[in-house]
Design a binder for this molecule. Structure first.
Ligand code: ZN
Length: 232
């Protein structure tokens, strides 16, 4: 039932803008990617898992808190996160989250109206690392209908960030992540026709415009040179 509701509500991301952004990004040099070391240790002919595999401590933490389930992701997307989830996300609350994709370009903005595009699309080549907007606990890491491979993080103060259409996730539900940590890779899974992140920011169940709550967004000038500057 819920998936149908999501299908009806969420308009398809505008892939023409994603394509335009990707053309721009072809000039950006490839990023160094720490997971390469992991890939080299993996036996040949064995592709990396699409969804991160939980370590025992993470699995136990997720089970104890009720994270990583279909119910949990519905709550994270539409309702106030549970108090014990927020308590598990240690640290001081912040209103400013790191721009999640280095050199990623905004391709479709936020619309406040419920049922419209209550997220920000950020275009970047598939495989580009996505980094955690802030420290917190991973509330969901898995396939979720139109959102594709979806990752959601609960942050201190009742904030939630979520990252949709990822090619693969790098952290499992129950993982404690730090600000800037690679958590997934840009992809086009689910209802997406270009490589981009469907980036959601919410607080206590209310969707907010991510562009009002980010730092470290690349400027036009720095984007051309491949470097990144903060815009506060
Ligand atoms: Zn989107």
């Amino acid at each position: 039932m819920t998936d149908r509701r999501l299908t009806a509500r969420r308009p398809r991301c505008d892939d023409s803008r994603v394509r335009t952004a990707l053309l721009t990004l072809t000039l950006v040099p490839a990023l160094a990617w720490p997971a390469e070391a992991d890939a080299q240790r993996r036996p040949r002919n064995q592709p990396p898992p699409v969804i991160a595999v939980a370590r025992p401590a993470e699995r136990n933490r997720a089970r104890r808190l009720g994270l990583g389930t279909r119910t949990a992701i519905e709550t994270l997307l539409h309702d106030r996160p549970a108090a014990n989830w927020v308590a598990a996300a240690r640290g001081r609350p912040t209103r400013r989250f790191l721009w999640p994709v280095l050199n990623g370009i905004a391709t479709q903005g936020f619309t406040a109206q419920e049922g419209r595009h209550q997220a920000l699309d950020i275009g970047a080549p598939c495989g580009t690392p996505i980094r955690a907007g802030y420290s917190g606990i991973v509330g969901f890491s898995g396939a979720h209908g139109n959102s594709g491979n979806l990752l959601a993080i609960v942050h201190p103060g009742g904030w939630v960030t979520a990252y949709g259409h990822t090619r693969r996730t790098l952290v499992a539900a129950g993982s404690l992540v730090r600000r800037g940590q690679p958590i997934a890779e840009v992809g086009d899974t689910g209802d997406a026709h270009g490589c981009h992140v469907h980036f959601i920011v919410s607080r206590n169940g209310t969707r907010l415009d991510p562009e009002q709550h980010v730092v470290g967004r690349p400027t036009q000038v720095h984007r051309r040179s491949g470097a990144v500057a903060s815009r506060h």
